[in-house]
Design a protein around this ligand. Structure first.
Ligand code: ADP
Ligand code: MG
Length: 347
């Protein structure tokens, strides 16, 4: 009889990771945290731990060179990887970069990519210390690995949220997704008529959010300045809803989020209408914001309440209450995780 065959699309990305990693046993005493957070945590000296994270970006899955300039791609690839170190409340220090290229790319093109990577390194004080170079039959593959550091007691995990903790996000949500829709729309227009110039007037901010995200180093610095340690934290790569699910499932808690508190930029609000998308949907499920989602004790509210770079959006509840969104009209909806899921066929 044939072995049963399970389809990857039925598992989804997170289901697949769970299956692949469930039988991994850790043997090194220095491995403090393996799979399951934004970065692994590794014992270093008495005072510090090392943080380690990696991302893989594939042409036409994660980026489209029709509208992503190579310099931006390099910058973004480094920036989003650094974001995972900040999400642990750590400081990134070194990166390695691995690339695979087809002969479709010229030296000048790859140099553009590296100009972007170097810019991100300079902006965030990290050293590029190695990598690997290979050829590919088609398309560009790009992988960035970051090594960072944190003081031992400062590391913030996804699983530390406690009931009644306040939930904050940095920046605004949904704008990177609307930026992506704008770029996709102009691509279709260009395909239909290559003489058409893209119509990007007044939407620079949204394009920048998609093409050149900035990881929130400043938020980590704010925590140091205010002497605050969040109880849990994650960066928003797959969308707020998906990240709330990670925090709540790992912390074994629920949450209540207020729709009217979600930080949505006026331009995101305005441009959502052009795509008949509810701005709340863009904020909850858009993804690629690379903002930080974190929880703090209620007693930290006084220190945080006047900070314009962050917004309180709700609070942590018990697990039995589930994840709830309280709409502007006061109606409660369950929050479904609809992160980017390349393996799943659902809409
Ligand atoms: P993030 O979005 O923060 O980069 P991911 O959702 O990609 O995190 O990964 C979740 C966790 O699963 C991380 O701890 C990551 O290291 C781990 N992980 C992802 N893919 C694999 C894999 N193929 N093998 C082992 N661990 C993996
Ligand atoms: Mg992350």
């Amino acid at each position: 009889m044939d072995e049963p065959r399970n389809e990857l699309q039925d598992l989804g990305e997170f289901g697949l990771i769970d299956r692949l990693t469930e039988h991994i046993s850790l043997v090194q005493p220095s491995t403090i945290k393996g799979v399951g957070d934004d970065a692994a945590v590794i014992a270093s000296d008495d005072d510090t731990v090392k943080l380690l994270t990696t991302d893989l970006l594939i042409e036409n899955i994660h980026f489209d060179l029709m509208y992503v300039p190579l310099k931006h791609l390099g910058y973004k690839a480094a920036a989003v990887n650094l974001s995972d170190i900040y999400a642990m409340n750590g400081i990134p220090q070194q990166i390695t970069v691995s690339i695979a290229l087809s002969n479709r790319f010229s030296l000048e093109a790859v140099e553009e990519l590296y100009t972007g990577i170097r810019l991100a390194c300079k902006r965030y004080d990290v050293d590029l210390v190695g990598g690997d170079t290979s050829s590919s039959q088609t398309g560009l593959f790009l992988s960035v690995t970051t090594l960072g550091e944190a003081k031992k007691g400062e590391v913030v995990y996804r699983d530390g949220a406690k009931e009644n903790d306040l939930i904050f996000v940095s920046g605004d949500l949904g704008s990177a997704y609307i930026g992506l829709l704008l770029l996709e729309r102009e691509k279709q227009v260009f395909r239909a008529n290559p003489n058409m110039q893209p119509d990007f007037e007044g939407v620079d901010y949204l394009l920048e959010r998609q093409l050149k995200p900035e990881p929130r180093k400043d938020i980590i610095e704010m925590f140091r300045e205010l002497d605050i340690k969040p109880t849990s934290m994650i960066d928003i790569s797959d969308g707020l809803a998906s990240e709330l699910h990670h925090i709540c499932s790992q912390s074994k808690k629920g949450c209540a989020i207020y729709e009217d508190k979600l930080p949505v930029d006026p331009l995101t609000y305005q441009q959502s209408a052009a795509f008949a998308i509810d701005p709340t949907t863009a904020a909850m499920n858009g993804g690629e914001d690379y903002e930080l989602l974190f929880t703090v004790k209620q007693s930290d509210y006084e220190k945080l309440k006047d900070r314009l770079e962050i917004t309180p959006i709700g609070y942590i509840t018990d697990a039995a209450s589930g994840l709830q969104l309280i709409s502007k009209k006061g109606v409660t909806y369950p929050i479904k995780a609809q992160g980017w899921n390349h393996l799943k066929n659902e809409g």
